[in-house]
Design a binder for this molecule. Structure first.
Ligand code: HEC
Ligand code: HEC
Length: 324
């Protein structure tokens, strides 16, 4: 009887020990991070960063769509619909500005935005910090990685550190450029690159390693009526910038549809048709950039080649890694 009692106590003790280890009080078991980036990845995917634990960063920035969303407007807490399209959060390290209107200048500053935004995650940073420090596993992880419990600053530092790992440079275009593998960059893509650089004038705004000049331009998607997001103007109050938006990078553009700040185009072909003749889509745009003043006059063949070039910017290896 005595032995039975000892064995019983031992079994209960073990159960309690493992329950604590696995996060008692209903905590799901998290993968122990060993770097700041891994801690950021855990947080990026965790709805603990939202009111009522409803959405995570990854609910809108979905790994399988190069960390963008596949709907014009994503849903935040209480299924509230946003007013701008979710951009990819990949290839962000070299950017000077974040958001379509560039209202943040660092990834750390940017990360605080969605958490406190009432139509996204709707929770004060101070509340998240308290929750993380009451969470047995996160509390331990922050101490392990930062030497201190969670703070507003190290929370956004971890998220930003994770985002800086999302760089893609193994697309067919990159492999061709570096000479590592020239077989995947098709002849059509090669012809398309010439159109991108010359007749299409795309390169005038989309240049550099990530195909963006990191500037704000108006491509004609503002008319003050049905298209009424005035973009960069909301930040600078400079009338010349009404309807200007951040020039987005074009890496992995194949998988981040729908396109533009308002998700108005569903395919790359539609985007190309737009640039070919913007007036056919938006006749009364205000302040459209002079580069788009005249129709490009692209032939059917040229449009297909241009699309083939855009498709060569997808890093298949990275996408397979994030979503096997
Ligand atoms: C409810 C959907 C939603 C959630 C949740 C969300 N985002 Fe976003 N994210 C967006 C939208 C929409 C934009 C563009 C908003 C704008 O330009 O005004 C954006 C913009 C960004 C950008 C800037 C991209 C660029 O091209 O400038 C980054 C980086 C980013 N989010 C990271 C995050 C992080 C980190 C989290 C979690 C803390 C998060 N997002 C949560 C929808 C979301
Ligand atoms: C005057 C500068 C400029 C020129 C020229 C230009 N773009 Fe853009 N591009 C932009 C801006 C600004 C946006 C974002 C507009 C918005 O969000 O409403 C954009 C958006 C895009 C997008 C959608 C990106 C996304 O993630 O939603 C694609 C694709 C694109 N451009 C391809 C091209 C191609 C192809 C050409 C040439 C035919 C071209 N661009 C010419 C400035 C330019």
């Amino acid at each position: 009887m005595k032995y039975a009692w000892i064995i019983f106590s031992f079994v209960i003790g073990c159960c309690l020990f493992f329950a604590c280890e696995n996060g008692s009080s209903g905590e799901k078991l998290l993968k122990e991070p060993s770097t700041i980036e891994e801690l950021g990845e855990l947080l990026f995917h965790d709805s603990i960063l939202s009111r009522g634990e409803q959405v995570s960063c990854a609910s809108c920035h979905k790994p399988q769509f190069a960390f963008a969303d596949n709907v014009p407007f994503s849903f935040g807490v209480d299924s509230i619909k946003g007013t701008r399209n979710t951009p990819s959060s990949m290839n962000m390290s070299a950017r000077n500005f974040y958001f379509h209107d560039g209202r943040s200048e660092t990834l750390e500053e940017q990360a605080g935005g969605p958490m406190e935004n009432p139509v996204e995650m709707d929770i004060p940073l101070s509340v998240i910090v308290r929750k993380l420090n009451n969470h047995q596993q996160y509390r331990r992880f922050f101490i392990k990685i930062f030497g201190t419990t969670a703070t507003k600053q190290n929370l956004v530092d971890a998220l930003a550190a994770f985002e800086r790992t999302l760089e893609t440079n193994q697309s067919a275009f990159d492999l061709y450029n570096s000479g590592a593998d020239t077989s995947k960059f098709s002849l059509a893509a090669k012809r398309g690159q010439v159109i991108f650089n010359e007749k299409g004038k795309c390169f005038d705004c989309h240049f550099g390693p990530d195909f963006t000049n990191d500037d704000f331009k108006n491509i004609g998607l503002f008319n003050g009526k049905d298209l009424n997001d005035s973009g960069r103007y909301l930040i600078t109050r400079n009338l010349e910038e009404i309807g200007a938006f951040k020039v987005p990078g074009l890496r992995n553009i194949e998988v981040t549809k729908p396109y533009m700040h308002n998700g108005m185009f569903n395919s790359l072909r539609e985007v190309i048709d737009y640039y070919d003749n913007p007036d056919k889509f938006v006749a009364n745009s205000v302040n459209r950039d002079s580069l788009l003043a005249k129709p490009l006059g692209l032939t059917e063949e040229e449009k297909k080649d241009l699309e083939a070039f855009l498709l060569s910017l997808t890093d298949q290896r990275f996408l397979e890694k994030t979503h096997p």
